[in-house]
Design a protein around this ligand. Structure first.
Ligand SMILES: C[S@@+](CC[C@H](N)C(=O)[O-])C[C@H]1O[C@@H](n2cnc3c(N)ncnc32)[C@H](O)[C@@H]1O
Length: 278
């Protein structure tokens, strides 16, 4: 199969990762592995692959939206322009969340605030497959919830992961208590909107931006109300943006202890968590 032709279209369109993206286009459209693809002279859907590459080069729409597919923790997610494209660094949040609750006994209630494509809730449900769990994902965007439901059906997790439209805790009843509250909230300060990579413009504003100068608006709002919704010994855990660790650490100190954080592979303090004071 002529992968070089697809690479060239992307390269000439100024796409930096043209080799990786050409492979992704070929694999997703054909539903074959690369070795299977190389055995073919021409794939029946090669014209479709070329069409997608041209669209990518011309419009610079992220390839994941053109293919309606993104990989997260090695799994294929359905994505569209209503949800953030899952990022590799969010894997740290999922893995740390798992560590925090894996030894808890009995029913585990987990809340994922800003569930987007559902990737955090669903990967956590898979890691905790031997536990009795109920995960509630909330999002302010009903369109995002529709997308998350597609992924939940795809992974056959509708009995474990459910969704609700909510502005943070607005639709969480006061009797609802969780062992773990997770969030990868919007954390880019809105003032940075005009200086960002062009391709970020395709992702929903509500998934990216916080209204304050430091980008901590959502951390503040969640930390304020989380104590009312955590069980005894419950944890709150966040993904962080660049340089936000000190501010969020300070905010957590009032009601949380055992506060700690970890850095991603680029050395950015990426995940922070704490245990509720009782
Ligand atoms: C950074 S994205 C994270 C999406 C997904 N959890 C992930 O990690 O890929 C933030 C998500 O928060 C949602 N969101 C924004 N404001 C919200 C609010 N006030 N209440 C609930 N969700 C909100 C957005 O719609 C978006 O899906």
């Amino acid at each position: 199969m002529n992968l070089a032709g697809i690479e060239n279209i992307l390269k000439n369109g100024g796409i930096e990762e043209y080799k990786t993206e050409a492979k992704l286009i070929a694999q997703i459209i054909s539903d074959l592995s690369l070795s299977e693809l190389f055995l073919l002279d021409k794939h029946p859907k090669e014209d479709k692959m070329i069409e997608i590459a041209k669209k990518r080069a011309k419009t610079r729409t992220p390839i994941q939206y053109l293919l309606n597919c993104a990989y997260f923790m090695g799994q294929k997610y359905y994505v569209d322009e209503n949800v953030l494209i899952p990022r590799d660094e969010t894997e740290f949040l999922v893995r740390k969340s798992y560590e925090l609750v894996k030894n808890k006994i009995g029913l585990l209630n987990i809340l994922d605030i800003g569930s987007g494509s559902g990737c955090i809730s669903l990967e956590l449900a898979k890691l905790l497959k031997d536990k009795n769990i109920e995960i509630l994902g909330v999002d302010i965007s009903p369109q995002a919830i529709i997308t998350a439901l597609k992924n939940t059906q795809k992974f056959d997790l509708i009995r474990k992961v459910i969704y609700r439209k909510s502005d943070i805790f607005s639709n969480i009843y006061k009797e609802e208590k969780f062992d773990l509250i997770i969030s990868n909230p919007p954390y880019i300060p809105i003032k940075e909107k005009n200086n960002l990579d062009y391709e970020l413009k395709f992702e929903p504003d509500c998934a990216l931006f916080a209204s304050d100068n430091e980008g901590v608006e959502f951390y503040r709002r969640i930390i304020d109300d989380a104590p009312k919704h955590l069980k005894k010994d419950g944890f709150l855990i966040f993904e962080l943006g660049v340089n936000q660790v000190d501010l969020v650490f300070e905010l957590l100190k009032k009601d949380f202890f055992e506060i700690d954080y970890l850095s991603d592979l680029a050395g950015i303090e990426r995940v922070i968590w704490g245990r509720i004071k009782n």
